[in-house]
Ligand binder design. Structure first.
Ligand SMILES: Cc1cc2nc3c(=O)[nH]c(=O)nc-3n(C[C@H](O)[C@H](O)[C@H](O)COP(=O)(O)O)c2cc1C
Length: 360
């Protein structure tokens, strides 16, 4: 029996297996015009192929709740009804393959308005569809980035409302899981960490103040996201800075327990992205221990991500109780049928589309 191919139930949703796809930006939407931010044929074939490949749950890439929240002008967005209509085609196809459709809702904050990574990823201005980024404090990510505009309290409340509106639209678009992007140094993570949050009002300073925005977003989203559907939160478990300088793994354990009480069902545990120039000990499964801490110390279901590339490796993580599920990123870019390959190697059953039946 394979633990990796055991179904997993969260609220009313049963995911067919524990091989999941994490959010991965494609930077392939139109930057302006009536279909700005809407998924395209590229997204349809990209997500469709991974669903046909047996992936249990797909978290669609970081999707901006407002145009200024895009990482690049080419990001997906979910701030209007044209975008909702375009997403429906994708969610319907994923469901036809038995894959649970999820979406990551995000706001890039001070890391917004950059070029596509394969064009260098540098910050861009209005001449290249860019804009002035906002953040908790007027502190740039690094010397390449512009100084962001510090948000007023009113603007913070407005963004919280935009997350709730985006969740309502995600439901209308057919998604069954919403994941809030609290990781990688984007807006929610910028509030959490003392490295990027230098505010002196009720949204900065103490742990309680720095976590306030994230908790308000969770409450606003949970209030509109149906009771019977799961809510995920992606966190960077550590900034990889010295204690006292950034967000730490101990903060993560404390905070994720609070998220659970607010109705978050699963934590997607990543690390880093908020401090430039830090050294990260990257290697196979290097972030798994952080998911395990969330699962065992905070008692919250957790998914592991980061250099999980081999079926046996993934199987052990789930079988040993290190995580409830694994997210396979770049390996799924290389091989859209990773789940099917893993099932074959592990002797497990997985969805195979009828037209592919001769390949079993
Ligand atoms: C092309 C690409 C785009 C990504 N976009 C996102 C994103 O939209 N949101 C996010 O939280 N992480 C994003 N990530 C990080 C992945 O979700 C994942 O955490 C990371 O790639 C590590 O997993 P892996 O070693 O299996 O690839 C991205 C990674 C890649 C390679």
């Amino acid at each position: 029996m394979s633990a990796l191919f055991e179904p997993y139930t969260l609220r009313s949703v049963t995911v067919p297996n524990r091989v999941w796809m994490p959010p991965m930006c494609q930077y392939s939407a139109a930057p302006d015009g009536p279909l700005a931010g809407a998924p395209t044929d590229w997204h349809f074939q990209h997500y469709g192929a991974r669903a046909a490949g047996g992936t249990g749950l797909i978290v669609v890439e970081a999707t901006a709740v407002t145009p200024e929240g895009r990482i690049s002008p080419y990001d997906l967005g979910i701030w209007n009804d044209e975008q909702v209509a375009a997403f429906r085609r994708i969610t319907a196809f994923l469901k036809s393959q038995g894959t649970t459709p999820g979406i990551q809702l995000g706001h890039a904050g001070r890391k917004a308005s950059t070029d596509r990574p394969w064009k260098g990823g540098a910050p861009v201005g209005p001449e290249a569809h860019g804009w002035q980024p906002v953040a908790p404090s007027a502190v740039p990510f690094d010397e390449r980035h512009p100084v962001p505009t510090a948000l007023t309290t009113e603007q913070i409340h407005e963004i919280t409302g935009q997350f709730a509106d985006a969740a309502r639209r995600a439901l209308a678009a057919g998604f069954e899981v919403v994941e809030l992007h609290g990781a990688h140094g984007y807006l929610i993570g910028q509030f959490l960490s003392p490295h990027s949050n230098h505010r002196t009002d009720e949204y900065g300073g103490s742990y309680a103040n720095r976590t306030r925005f994230a908790l308000e977003v969770v409450d606003a989203v949970r209030a509109v996201w149906p009771e019977d559907l799961p809510l995920f939160f992606r966190i960077s478990a550590t900034d990889w800075l010295a204690d006292g300088e950034g967000w730490t793994a101990d903060d993560t354990v404390r905070f994720t327990a609070a998220l659970r009480e607010r109705g978050v069902d699963l934590i997607d545990v990543s690390t880093g992205g908020n401090a430039s120039g830090v050294r990260i000990p990257v290697g196979p499964g290097y972030q798994v221990p952080y998911a395990t801490r969330v699962r065992t110390e905070a008692g919250v279901p957790a998914a592991a991500v980061g250099l999980i590339t081999e079926p046996e490796q993934a199987e052990k993580i789930v079988a040993n109780g290190e995580a409830d599920a694994v997210l396979i990123g770049r390996e799924l870019l290389r091989d859209p049928s990773f789940a099917r390959r893993a099932a074959r190697e592990l002797g497990a059953d997985v969805h195979v589309p009828d037209p592919y039946h001769r390949s079993v």
